[in-house]
Write a protein that binds this ligand. Structure first.
Ligand SMILES: [Zn+2]
Length: 363
């Protein structure tokens, strides 16, 4: 999750103005100003049952997520700053795991990397970044391989400051390891003859914290045509709970699910009812919500291109963008449940007869 205010003076100005004009129409343009400173069934002849889907869903377990996250968010990865050695080391860990699972890079790519050049990420008032990479893995669809579902999470974080590592366990180590587990669940199904009908691209994007660069790069240089990209499920911070849910963690904020496609929203709701029973909180999907999270993670670069998206998010907490966002504070059972929801939603999207219809304008 990208921080709302890249410069504290704007933060102060914004808070002051929001305070002054809280009840007036000024709020919306101010928020925009601040923002600009800174988002069927089965394979072939085999019939699949809900019990089968549940079985694959249940291969996403807290213990595996924990094992991955204690590595991805370890001090050794030095906060995974874009283009730095720590990030590249974390990226290598992801690739090693895809190879171990028997999942390759996408058809049409040369390897697991989509290079994102430093010049693309250069901005006047930001520190210069080094060349970096999106990382991609791919399971080809059995019936409609040309139609692609993207599941995304950013694997960069903010690096080190004053010798302290910003581990970014929740942001977005949680989404990063969720992708590994979701990919593994689809692969288990495929090995038993239930490969997805549509293709799935697992996209670990870079440069998010510096301005959603990796996802913007992909959306402008897509490996598969935008027109064939049926949806993006973006996971950014799903391992913790926020103050509003301190007494009940069985929730996830969904943002954007109904902005472009009523179908997508309904599919998501139905998948949750059938398999996971999380409380789906749409507080931040309100177009007037001052946080404007819809514009603050990587899904937005897909939505901008007219691709329906869902953003999975736990809300902010006291360790957000602090060196204290460490893997020991993650609630792994919650992380697993939310990753399972993304998995079953992805399952429906990949396997149902029709792709979700875009029937809205996305505001
Ligand atoms: Zn962030």
């Amino acid at each position: 999750m990208i921080i709302n205010f890249t410069c504290s003076i704007y933060k102060f100005l914004s808070l002051y103005l929001q305070y002054q004009f809280m009840k007036k129409l000024f709020l919306f343009p101010i928020s925009l100003f601040v923002l600009s400173c800174s988002t069927g069934q089965g394979n072939g002849p085999k019939e699949i049952t809900n019990a089968d889907v549940t079985k694959y869903m249940n291969t996403i377990v807290p213990a595996d997520l924990k094992t991955h996250l204690f590595i991805v968010a370890s001090d050794e990865m030095e906060g995974r700053n874009t283009g730095e050695p720590g990030q590249k080391k974390a990226g290598q860990y992801l690739i090693d795991n895809y190879k171990r699972m028997g999942i390759s890079f996408p058809t049409g790519a040369q390897d697991f990397y989509q290079k994102v050049p430093a010049e693309f990420m250069a901005r006047a008032f930001s520190p210069k970044l080094n060349d970096s990479e999106n990382i991609w893995a791919y399971i080809e669809g059995s019936e409609k391989p040309e139609e692609v579902l993207v599941i995304s999470a950013h694997y960069d974080h903010v690096g080190m400051k004053n010798g302290e590592v910003y581990n970014g366990a929740d942001d977005d180590g949680s989404g990063t390891v969720a992708l590994l587990e979701i990919a593994q669940a689809f692969m288990e199904a495929k090995k038993e003859g239930y490969g997805p009908k549509r293709s799935i691209l697992f996209l670990h994007v870079t440069g998010e914290e510096h301005g959603l660069h990796g996802s913007r790069y992909y959306s402008e240089n897509p490996l598969f045509p935008i027109a064939n990209t049926i949806a993006d499920l973006n996971i950014d911070m799903i391992g913790r709970r926020d103050e509003a849910h301190k007494n009940n963690g069985n929730y996830v904020y969904l943002i954007g699910s109904d902005r472009l496609s009523t179908d997508l929203h309904n599919i998501s709701e139905a998948a949750n009812t059938k398999y996971t029973n999380l409380s789906l909180d749409y507080t931040f999907n309100d177009v007037n919500d001052p946080n404007q999270f819809y514009y603050r993670s990587d899904h937005y670069n897909f939505a901008k291109k007219g691709i329906p998206i869902i953003f999975y998010f736990n809300g902010v907490h006291e360790d957000y963008h602090q060196p204290t966002d460490t893997p020991d504070k993650i609630e792994y059972d919650l992380l697993a449940k939310r990753a399972q929801l993304a998995f079953v939603t992805a399952w429906e999207l990949a396997n149902r007869d029709n792709r979700p219809v875009v029937d809205k304008k996305g505001k």
